[in-house]
Write a protein that binds this ligand. Structure first.
Ligand SMILES: Nc1ncnc2c1ncn2[C@@H]1O[C@H](COP(=O)(O)OP(=O)(O)O)[C@@H](O)[C@H]1O
Ligand SMILES: [Mg+2]
Length: 247
């Protein structure tokens, strides 16, 4: 374990998309460092590059230039098999749509990635029950997705993402399909996870009230970091750790 490294660092990350004659500069030089156990919100208007950034951090796509370090390892020049291994071991993903398997119970959905792990570190059903309980779903383990509310389904999806205990959880608009009350429950569940497991959490959201509840908030505008600030009381005496070059 590379304990002395930041769990995540990006250096001058850029991403261009070409569609025919048109080039979109989705990310235009994002440099940031995220510490172990931090709860970071990335917000900003639609089209500002939030999902692109999260996809590059999670190794789902490769940057046009710049680098991404996960636990000190540069993932931008890895073989596909090495990258897959980092993704499986280090990163949990949550998306706006819950993507649960409808025929499996909550417990079975969460146990699945443990059963498929290259090195099995946990007893699948026991671990699944534990993590579902941590997310407030101890009495829902035998329900199928259709028998659960949206907020409950999203918490099952979060439990599944955490099944193999990754150091980094990435969530793209996890409350985008939820009403205000369910959104708040999901957010509180994420805070519980961070408190009890020390998982680093990065949530992409366009909702300011969600971003305000993280430790730290980065605002993207046109593919650049426009603001990087610590929220609330945490901010006193601390400085954010991103080093955005000011143009
Ligand atoms: N696969 C793609 N091909 C072409 N353009 C893309 C692709 N993905 C994203 N973009 C463009 O990049 C910009 C940033 O997109 P995105 O990261 O999805 O923004 P956000 O998540 O903040 O709404 C947008 O202009 C979008 O149209
Ligand atoms: Mg998006």
């Amino acid at each position: 374990m590379a304990e002395n490294h930041a769990v995540l660092r990006t250096e001058d990350l850029r991403k261009d998309f070409r569609t025919g004659e048109v080039i979109v500069h989705a990310l235009r030089g994002v440099t940031m460092t995220v510490s172990r156990g931090e709860f970071l919100a990335i917000s900003g208007p639609s089209g500002s590059g939030k999902s692109t950034l999260l996809g590059l951090i999670g190794g789902l796509d490769t940057p046009s230039s710049g680098r991404v370090f996960i636990d000190g390892v540069d993932i931008t020049h890895l073989s596909e098999s090495a990258l897959t291994r980092i993704r499986n071991e280090k990163i949990g993903f949550v998306f706006q749509s819950f993507n649960l398997i409808p025929t499996l119970t909550a417990l079975e959905n969460v146990a699945l990635p443990i059963q498929f792990a290259r090195q099995r570190r946990f007893d699948p059903r026991r671990r699944a029950r534990e993590i579902l309980t941590l997310l407030g779903l101890g009495d829902r383990v035998n329900h199928r997705p259709a028998q659960l509310s949206g907020g409950e389904q999203q918490r099952v999806a979060i439990a599944r993402a955490l099944a193999n205990n990754p150091p980094l959880l990435l969530a793209d608009e996890p409350t985008g399909n939820l009403d205000t009350v369910s959104s708040q429950v999901v957010l509180e569940a994420l805070h519980n996870v961070r408190e009890s497991t020390g998982t680093t959490i990065i949530v992409v959201t366009h909702a300011p009230h969600i971003a305000a509840q993280a430790d730290r908030r980065i605002i993207l505008v046109d593919g650049c970091i426009a603001e990087d600030a610590l929220n609330g009381a945490v901010a006193q005496g601390l400085q954010p750790t991103s080093e955005q070059a000011h143009p």
